[in-house]
Ligand binder design. Structure first.
Ligand SMILES: [Zn+2]
Length: 240
């Protein structure tokens, strides 16, 4: 997979220095500056230390199956500025190149927050996943609109609808059990999901828009083949 990060430090140079320092115990394959310059620090075939304790789709050793890209941005603790266009263009080109050379499916271009939802927020809700998707990088669907009706699931809720939502999140890849209890882990996973796929409101509450977006992602994640199957199903449903 490709895992995207932000550096979370006020100055890019200091972040780069940390990633290159002996003994810092953090590293990444690539570093992308605000102006779009890219530095490779680790060979793609080698393991870098960027994911930490994490999980995705049955895999807990994310460092061993991912290429990490650090994107220079001060992050939520330091004002969280927008990602400059030139930087996003560089990240997109880099991802396309990595994707092609390593045959990485679009559903496996992810945020650090997707694989470590209770610990990480990066690259965050300002990261333009849609722009990347428009250039053929990553899986994305237009978020279901936020509306004031339909069933909302919130922290503290329990029961079958909560379990069903947890199962859907797990099916997509998130590290969550279908306990039927909307606990703090569930809130964190829902917030991580929103940062990536429904960034308009990141609150950890599973409103109909969040759940609708999740279902649409599940329905489209297989690429064209799955979409064709879905179209056939739709035809069956309307057939007499
Ligand atoms: Zn990170």
């Amino acid at each position: 997979m490709i895992l995207l990060h932000y550096t979370g430090m006020p100055k890019a140079d200091a972040a780069l220095e940390l990633l290159r320092a002996q003994g810092s115990e953090v590293s990444a394959h690539y570093f992308v500056f605000e102006d779009g310059r890219i530095i490779q620090m680790v060979r793609e075939s080698n393991r870098a230390w960027h994911a930490g304790r994490a999980y995705w789709a049955g895999e807990a050793d994310i460092n061993s199956c991912s290429i990490g890209i650090e994107i220079a941005n001060p992050g939520h603790d330091h004002g969280y500025p927008d990602f400059p266009k030139r930087q996003i263009a560089a990240v997109t080109t880099l991802c396309r190149s990595i994707q092609t050379r390593n045959t990485i499916p679009s559903v496996r271009v992810l945020a650090h927050s997707d694989v470590a939802p209770s610990r990480k927020m990066d690259p965050g809700e300002k990261f333009p996943w849609r722009t990347l998707h428009d250039s053929g990088v990553g899986h994305w669907v237009k978020p279901s609109p936020i509306m004031n009706f339909g069933q909302t699931l919130s922290p503290g809720d329990r029961g079958d609808p909560v379990a069903a939502m947890q199962r859907s999140l797990r099916e997509y890849g998130y590290g969550i059990e279908a306990s039927g209890e909307y606990d703090t882990t569930t809130r964190d996973v829902v917030a991580a999901f929103q940062r990536h796929f429904r960034p308009e409101r990141v609150d950890g509450i599973a409103d109909p828009s969040t759940r609708g977006t999740l279902q649409e992602l599940l329905a489209t994640r297989g690429g064209p083949r799955n979409i064709a199957a879905r179209a056939r199903t739709a035809t069956l449903l309307v057939a007499p």
